[in-house]
Design a protein around this ligand. Structure first.
Ligand code: OGA
Ligand code: NI
Length: 377
């Protein structure tokens, strides 16, 4: 697979489209029925005995919330053990959880979200200066994948690199609003620290040396860190489309700052989709495919998607904490046994992420294909 130089067809800026005041969405955004939100609980809806019950609302279910103060030592050793166990449980059961008392300034979280909201509300010309291409994806974009004629998602985004240093180029970050670069640099620094602490926790929980995952990612100087800011405009027909189609994140771990006021993220749990209810000032953390590979599937990346609505647009900051792009990622030796052979063949992250960059979001197809190719004996 080769990285593409250019988009296969003219790019449609979804926000501009939404703001044009249309009342029906173009066919290009209409998902097949099986991928729409109204069809999200067929297992219940198709059961006539349950049809009149609200069993499929999942109103009371949410992903686990972890208070990191106990992990950082507040409360003493017993509490720390307990908190570590609850992270391990969340990783296994959900692959998704929220963290509070994570150490990142709430003010900074707020200003990061606000400055990006301002960015997207600038005139189109200002944003187009950063128009991206599928070669690196850096900049202002509106699609993921280069398949001509693909059904598109109802969102625009901005993608930028923090790390490694060789890829960090502030000239590629928006110059306007004028405060953006400074806020986003600070935000990245804080969130990278949180990512490092999280990797230690995951390593310990997997029974590995606490620096195992960080080293496997290439160490703190060389690991990859990038930010994808998603903008989901209001949509006149939210039931026909998707803000971001089902996918698992290809990288290591994602630290998501969701919108304060608008929910939209849905996490797959068995055959159901659970809408995440964000806790104030929390981050949402999820396992990516590289953690699934490194942990030999003790932890799994989880499919998720984003729904849109007709009342409010939504901004989210997805911070991807990734392995260095040229290191081979494979199951940790300590987690490969006779009873549990290596489930995945080694691959660099660079090579790995070409899949989503070419084919667009496709559930968990990629990590599963990596497993089926592996003759583990
Ligand atoms: C992503 C993602 C979720 C969201 O950018 O990979 O899953 O809530 N975002 O925007
Ligand atoms: Ni994602």
């Amino acid at each position: 697979m080769m990285a593409c130089q250019q988009w296969p067809e003219p790019v449609i800026r979804v926000q501009a489209l939404a703001e044009s005041g249309l009342t029906t969405i173009p066919d290009r955004f209409i998902k097949p029925k099986s991928q729409r939100v109204t069809n999200n609980n067929t297992s219940h809806a198709s059961n006539p005995n349950l049809a009149n019950f609200h069993t499929h609302d999942h109103d009371n279910i949410n992903i686990p919330v972890i208070d990191m103060k106990y992990i950082y030592g507040g409360g003493g050793e017993g509490w720390r053990e307990e908190a570590l166990r609850s992270v391990a449980e969340a990783c296994k059961e959900w692959g998704f959880f929220q963290v509070v008392n994570h150490g990142v300034s709430h003010e900074l979280m707020k200003s990061a979200r606000e400055v990006w909201r301002e960015f997207f509300h600038q005139p189109l010309e200002v944003k187009e200066e950063y128009a991206n291409s599928p070669l690196t994806y850096e900049g202002y974009g509106s699609r993921l994948g280069v398949k001509k004629g693909a059904i598109l998602d109802w969102s625009d985004y901005f993608f930028l690199h923090y790390m490694p240093c060789s890829l960090r180029d502030q000239a590629k970050w928006p110059a306007l609003p004028t405060s953006l670069r400074k806020i986003i640099a600070e935000y990245g620094e804080e969130v990278v620290k949180l990512g490092g602490r999280m990797l230690e926790i995951l390593s310990i929980n997997l029974g590995l040396r606490e620096d195992f995952l960080l080293n496997a990612f290439g160490g703190e100087k060389d690991l990859g860190a990038c930010l994808r800011v998603n903008f989901y405009p209001k949509c006149p027909q939210p039931d026909l489309t998707m803000g971001l189609s089902s996918h698992s994140d290809p990288g290591g771990m994602t630290i998501l700052l969701p919108d304060e006021n608008v929910s939209g993220l849905q996490v797959r749990k068995g055959d159901d989709w659970i809408t995440v209810k964000p806790v104030p000032n929390a981050f949402i953390i999820n396992m990516g495919d590289q953690i699934q590979v490194l942990s030999n599937a003790i932890y799994k990346s989880i499919e998720h998607r984003v729904i849109v609505n007709s009342n409010k647009d939504r901004v989210s900051l997805a911070f991807f904490y990734n392995p260095r792009s040229d290191i081979l990622i494979q199951p940790a030796e300590e987690l490969v046994t006779k009873d549990r052979p290596a489930l995945y063949s080694p691959m660099t992250f660079d090579e790995y992420r070409l899949f989503i960059r070419t084919k667009g979001p496709s559930g968990k197809a990629q990590v599963e294909s990596l497993a089926s190719k592996c003759d583990s004996n």
